[in-house]
Write a protein that binds this ligand. Structure first.
Ligand code: CP3
Length: 370
């Protein structure tokens, strides 16, 4: 099964999100959801109860199956799929152990403490050998999707991955990771560069395997001051989009649209809109009108309803989703999503109401105005 080739993929039937990313006028706002394959779905829990999280990530048939679950359940209500994997597969490929602990999230038993621990990281990583299972999952999924919607590949941005590698898991203050920036600035840059080099090769490999869009998750961007973001996050985010696109061009591959999600980094919107990404994803604390002013007409904007609204009852979901679509504006280049991943205890029917509302309301306002 997994020796399927990255060629002769079924013809794409819904390219709405690709057109919206490239700034074309579309008939309605495309929509997908960060973490759309996940614990809120009973069919996910069913698979997960017998297999560990990273076993699933490493088994192309499982990763493919989980990617398809939300597409099967919601049918035409979703306009994209995202390969089932995790941002922490890069630190694993670099030689660090990561466990997924129930009720706690990711845990690194031996995180980096000082730059001397670089000795524990692998040198000259063979990305294909370490992460080829993600490529196989992407290729298999492209075939199994039967062209229903485009498939996203993704990575975690270098600062977010560095923070996990030093904190060893989630953290309220990121005090360990941030102290590296003050104590070891040179070594911090060296680590960020090492991660970037792998990330670039990995993203190009994902496109070679069949990914039709790419998203970069800077989930901990907002923990940095504006100045520190400019020094420790932005240069690597820019290097990634630029070098990935250069390499895709060189190999004659499709130069796919790229999305940057820097959670909490509202102050960086203008810089992000000038960073060689087609789409800038917004968290829910950002007013869409403000984001449009800061980014001018340079990018499509993605987002951004507060994920907790999905706990608010169907009427509140309809009202707030409608308000969001209007706030982005009738002619805006907009891709709908939540402002962060869907939470694990959401009712799948509540998500359905969100998807339906965005599709209906956005189709109505665009029809009325054109
Ligand atoms: O559907 C999808 O979006 C694709 C799959 C996906 C997962 N993780 C699956 C997952 C994606 C795109 C990610 C990205 C990811 N992983 C991010 C960036 C997005 C964000 O949320 O900011 C981050 C920070 C991680 C690291 C990570 N992985 C954390 C912090 C956790 C635990 C948090 C939690 O919600 O408990 C994970 C675990 C994880 N990744 C799960 C899933 C479905 C749950 C694991 C389980 O079944 O126990």
């Amino acid at each position: 099964m997994t020796n399927l080739k990255a060629e002769n993929f079924p013809k794409l039937q819904n390219d709405l999100i690709l057109r919206a990313s490239r700034g074309e006028k579309v008939e309605r706002v495309p929509i997908w959801i960060m973490r759309q394959a996940g614990r809120y779905l009973p069919e996910f829990q069913e698979v997960r109860k017998n297999h560990s999280f990273f076993e699933i990530c490493r088994t192309p048939e499982f990763a493919c199956e989980l990617t398809l679950q939300p597409i099967r359940r919601y049918g035409k209500l979703l306009d994209a799929s995202i390969i089932f994997s995790d941002i922490l597969v890069i630190p694993q490929a670099m030689g660090l152990e990561v466990q997924m602990v129930a009720g706690k999230g990711p845990v690194f038993p031996a995180p980096l403490e000082t730059p001397e621990d670089f000795a524990r990281l692998s040198d000259n990583i063979d990305v294909e050998k370490e992460l080829g299972y993600v490529y196989q999952a992407i290729t298999l999924t492209r075939h199994k999707l039967e062209g229903r919607v485009p498939l996203f590949g993704f990575i975690g941005a270098p600062w977010t991955l560095m923070a996990y590698m030093i904190e060893g898991g989630g953290s309220k203050t990121l005090s360990k990771a941030k102290s590296w920036l003050w104590k070891y600035p040179k070594e911090s840059h060296a680590l960020l560069q090492r991660i970037s080099d792998i990330a670039i090769e990995f993203l190009v490999g994902q496109v070679r395997a069949g990914a039709q869009m790419l998203q970069v998750f800077e989930s901990w961007g907002g923990e940095l001051s504006p100045q520190d973001f400019k020094e420790y996050s932005l240069p690597y985010i820019r290097q990634i989009s630029t070098r990935v696109k250069e390499q895709l061009t060189k190999e004659g591959l499709d130069v796919v649209p790229m999305t940057i999600f820097a959670k909490g980094s509202w102050y960086a919107l203008e810089d992000l809109s000038e960073s060689n990404y087609e789409v800038v994803s917004l968290d829910w604390t950002i007013d869409p009108k403000y984001a449009r002013q800061m980014t001018k007409d340079k990018v499509a904007l993605q987002g951004n309803m507060d994920p907790t609204v999905l706990y608010g009852g169907f009427d509140a979901i309809r009202e707030i989703a409608t308000r969001m679509v209007h706030a982005f504006g009738k002619d805006s280049k907009h891709i709908a999503n939540l402002g962060h991943g869907i939470l694990p205890t959401v009712d799948p029917e509540a998500l359905k109401v969100y998807l339906e509302t965005v599709q209906t309301v956005s189709a109505d306002i665009r029809r009325d105005n054109h």
